[in-house]
Design a binder for this molecule. Structure first.
Ligand SMILES: Nc1ncnc2c1ncn2[C@@H]1O[C@H](COP(=O)(O)OP(=O)(O)OP(=O)(O)O)[C@@H](O)[C@H]1O
Ligand SMILES: [Mg+2]
Length: 240
């Protein structure tokens, strides 16, 4: 049994502190607390396999443990390859409801069904599914919501525009309509840089509005030799 419970090094995806040797993930996201406290939307980006998912999941858990707000993680990975725009938007919302149900946050899990039932009835759903969903969710919460949208690189073309435009409307109207306090957009590419590259004639005429919504781009720093040494030291200490 002791053998089964011993920790391992993991290189096959997000880390679990109960199973794997790991470096503290929350301190890797320096600057995030101030952005959340200021109620801002922002970008977290870094190369593949640099610990984005591990860090933002740990950060969401950390915020929920502190209890000042609700925090939720949702990956857009599952929509990769879906071509039709409305199908993709619908898939995002359906996936989001599943993430609510398995969020491990009682208040969020409890309202997942009622949010979904409201969405099925509202006429706005078919035109603005993401906006309607986030507004219906936040309208039911007694605390502010902080959202981490991971794997946003899965959004392409018209789907990219639709998704961010709906976030933008929610962001602009949030003084009178419920919406998340803060949203982190997480992925490999820096979405702010991607928006700057788009000219109006390439299809994003509202790029500057979307850019204004995203207050900052944070790049998750690479692991350093000192980090690696500290990771190996955990193994040396545990095994002698
Ligand atoms: N806090 C950590 N301590 C030690 N190793 C870590 C930590 N976070 C990530 N890693 C290492 O990086 C690998 C990738 O982690 P993770 O899946 O979180 O990265 P990612 O940037 O989200 O990857 P992808 O770009 O593929 O989505 C893990 O398998 C692990 O080897
Ligand atoms: Mg990831």
């Amino acid at each position: 049994m002791t053998e089964l419970k011993s920790k391992k090094f993991n290189i096959s995806g997000p880390r679990d502190p109960t199973l794997h040797y790991m470096l503290p993930a929350v301190p890797r996201l320096q600057g995030v607390r101030d952005l959340i406290k200021s109620g801002l939307f922002f970008v977290i980006h870094a190369l593949r396999q640099s610990g984005k998912t591990t860090s933002v999941k740990a950060y969401a858990d950390h915020l929920n443990e502190e209890g000042g707000c609700h925090a939720m993680y949702h990956s857009l990975e599952t929509i990769r390859g879906v071509a039709d725009v409305s199908e993709t938007m619908d898939a995002i919302v359906r996936g989001f409801i599943v993430s609510l149900k398995i969020s491990n946050v009682e208040d969020l899990e409890n309202i997942a069904d009622s949010v979904w039932n409201e969405l099925k009835e509202t006429c706005y759903y078919s035109s603005f599914p993401v906006l309607t969903c986030l507004s219906a969710l936040c309208g039911r919460l007694d605390k502010e919501l902080v959202l981490f949208f991971d794997d946003v690189d899965a959004l392409e073309g018209e789907t990219f525009i639709q998704f961010f435009s709906q976030l933008r409307v929610g962001y602009v109207e949030r003084s009178f309509s419920p919406f998340p306090l803060s949203i982190a957009i997480v992925g490999v590419r820096d979405i702010k840089a991607r928006l700057i590259e788009k000219s109006p004639d390439s299809g994003i005429s509202s790029a500057s509005g979307l850019l204004n919504m995203l207050a900052k781009s944070l790049r998750l720093q690479d692991f350093t030799p000192a980090d690696i040494a500290s990771l190996y030291a955990q193994h040396a200490k545990a095994t002698g």
